[in-house]
Ligand binder design. Sequence first.
Ligand code: SF4
Length: 552
Amino acid sequence: MWSVSRVECYEKCPYQYRLRYLDGVGVLDDYEADNPLTCGTALHEVIELGAEKAARNYFSKFPVVTDEQVTEMMKIEVLGRRAKALLPKGEYEHKVAFYGFIGFIDLMVRREGRKVDIYDFKHCGKMSREKYITESPQLHAYKYYLESVEDVEVEHLYYVFVPKVQEERRQDEDIIDYRYRLMDLCRETKIDIVEIPYQAKKVGKLVEGRKAMESAKEFPKVQSALCNWCDYQDYCYKGEDWMILPKAERKANPKKGFLKVWLYGAPYSGKTYMADKFPMPLLLNTDGNVRETTAPCIAIRDEVKMNGKAKQVKMAWSVFKEAVEELEKGSEFRTIVVDLVEDVYESCRLYMYDKLGITHESDDSFRAWDKVRLEFLSTMRRLTNLDCNIVLISQEDVSRDITKKGGDRMSTVQPVLNDKIARKISGMVDVTARCVHDEKGYWIVFHTDETQFGGGRMEVKQNIVPATIENLMGACQMKYEGDSEHIQAIEGQWNELKVEDSKTVAKEPEIVAEAPTTVVKEPIPAPEPSAKVVEDIPQPITRRVRRPRSND
Ligand code: SF4
């Protein structure tokens, strides 16, 4: 199977082509509001499916929605509606498949007889626009292959250029005024429909490129300005691999059935209790609240030793890293619990301050944020790559607001962790869920709307379930639907647990008390999962399904 984008990727940089298409190296999801792929998909969907559905799909791609995402979607909505008003009626996403070639025509419009026109939508800046017009073989290839497989004659080839509108928010501007200004710009900006003449030689060149791609033995790096938009830039330039997703086939005998979950919630919501119920757990604990747990524990805190009169301090982050290094060598533990992630992040910051000789990231803003982030995420990546269950635990933060499209302000619920770090961590686990305690019991809440952080690379059929290990497992199993080996391995783990449970006398679950994290200064009010939440139990949700957008 080949496509225009595959050949273009190979011609732009063979090394990138190898990573993406031959080695299948994935990267963590990019949760930036203006991510080109996410925004391009949203624009196509506004045109094809309507603004409401497009917005729902766009927001579902983020663990939690912030003002940036709301603003970005407002721009896309205005631009998409305007583009749609300029287009004739036709068939969207028309598939073209011909002897291994595959492509999707954004819009095909049937005219009289066999004649059709084809349109391709581009959400791009001025420079890219010129490149599409003069260099891209895409529309030419679509015409050639469409006429080869269907009884049609493609008469007109059009690009629909929807420009990007980017403006910084002024310091004295509130979010509402900023959005008004942006909407005005979106209404004024020019959307062009540009017809291009068919050039058969571009199809010939594309076929030559395909032959070179398929016979290539070497894949050199081609560094250029385009590297700034390459998913693998950090890996390629600096060897940093924390963002690279592990590939099952890299391991000779990948162990299946292990789950990676991130639980967050208010104090006393049952997070640690749930983690303690996982098979053979080891607790990496930062807050000392381990009295009610049965799991062996390593305290992640500064270790002070007196050597004569000299005081030696091993920083908490070094203790954590050493634990990860030891676990990488292999252990009997089948579950590693990190309780609490935000404390571990803080210990990483302090460790890096000490190493860099600074007192805050802003003392060396060029490098420090980057270095702290890299140190923390690369270690968390190593941890989540371990062949065992991983349970990350965080407190919740209900102090952050978003301003919705209509100007209403709404509180969000998310883990107590820097936004960017939190988004990356959520990409490392199978599922992120919120633990809630109300008068009716303990609950696990999966991602329900844009104001509640959650999700993961899986679909969840129920928004809220009683907080039991079985229910959490059931949700996680969804991710592995179709992978019977993985599901059997998961079931194996839980069947063993049931046997162990039946040997012990059943008693009421006692919820482990948790001290407020060091990051949260104010006591956090417990959430109020109302009766409505409980009534929501049977409602299925389907989310995070990315529609195929590229030509692959
Ligand atoms: S960063 Fe540049 S050289 Fe490296 S893979 Fe990406 S495009 Fe190629």
